[in-house]
Design a protein around this ligand. Structure first.
Ligand SMILES: [Zn+2]
Length: 300
């Protein structure tokens, strides 16, 4: 297929507003934003073939001047370093008291390079106290805290369950929740060097760090299950004047296979996948007020 070929077997399902509660994040869907029904039939024009050799992207919907529409990397929260937290919570059973996210992220960036998946990450052009401008990287301690917050867990579990469908496993969900609670007890130490992670990325993969422009105003969250495709976030924003978070969940499944288990659905595979999806939803809970429309894109 070429970059813009329509895929008639692809379906979009609106899962509605993410919550009726007020989540702790500040990103809010603009009241004048377009409705999902008004764009549903055009959405496939904004999906292109993903390119493993192009920098892995964050889920962030803001404009990225570096993007080349014909060479787009897959989207996941925090880019490549973000996968390190899923590995820590879902798989790694080494001693947490000596671990740091910085070291875990370094290993994950190397893993991406070994798998010949181009790593990537971003900052932004806003001004931050000590942060880099990637909500997923800067807010990781809050993401873990919100994931284990009793008043948010109902929403969290509902969305994770909906997205994982038949893959949902209660034991895996509870295992990751427990690991997050343990990690939270020393999250200040574990996450202390997060702002330095982009330095390793730039060092290992020069040019892999983007600078996103402007403020967040995402109105949609697109969760994409169709393998090897990804959202042209710049073009979507230019066309409709609204941003969308994009999460390529298929990439998390591929990564789980490549890292942990080629064939079978084993505990490590399941736990990594659950951790990745659970962190993504916790990231949305942390960054947004929950007013965005959640949309799933999958093959019929
Ligand atoms: Zn980001």
């Amino acid at each position: 297929m070429d970059d813009t070929t329509q895929q008639p077997d692809v379906q979009y399902t609106s899962l509605g507003r993410m919550t009726l509660e007020e989540w702790p994040g500040s990103v809010a869907a603009n009241k004048d934003s377009i409705e999902f029904d008004a764009i549903r039939d055009t959405l496939d024009n904004f999906y292109v073939r993903s390119d493993d050799q192009s920098a892995t992207r964050c889920i962030d919907g803001r404009h990225d001047a570096k993007l080349d529409e014909h060479h787009l990397g897959a989207q996941m929260p925090g880019g490549a370093p973000g996968a390190a937290l899923a590995y820590r919570l879902g798989v790694d059973d080494s001693d947490l008291t000596r671990a740091t996210f910085f070291n875990d992220a370094e290993s994950m960036i190397d893993t991406f390079m070994r798998l010949t998946l181009a790593p990537g990450g971003h900052k932004d052009d806003q001004h931050h106290d000590g942060g880099v401008g990637c909500g997923a990287l800067d807010s990781m301690a809050a993401i873990v805290a919100n994931m284990t917050n009793p008043s948010l867990v109902e929403d969290h579990k509902r969305i994770v369950k909906t997205l994982l469908g038949d893959d949902y496993n209660r034991d895996s969900y509870l295992r990751i929740m427990g690991a997050a609670l343990v990690l939270q007890s020393r999250s200040n130490e574990y996450f202390r060097d997060n702002a330095k992670v982009l330095g390793i990325l730039e060092n290992r993969a020069p040019g892999s760090v983007s600078t996103l422009e402007g403020a967040h105003e995402e109105a949609f969250v697109f969760v994409n299950f169709v393998e090897n495709t990804t959202l042209s976030s710049n073009r979507f924003y230019e066309t409709y004047g609204v941003q969308a978070f994009g999460y390529d969940v298929w990439r998390s499944k591929q990564l789980a296979h490549q890292l942990l288990d080629l064939h079978a659905d084993t505990t490590y595979y399941r736990n990594f996948l659950h951790a990745r999806v659970m962190i993504t939803i916790a990231t949305l809970i942390t960054l947004t007020n929950g007013s965005q429309t959640l949309v799933a894109r999958f093959s019929k």
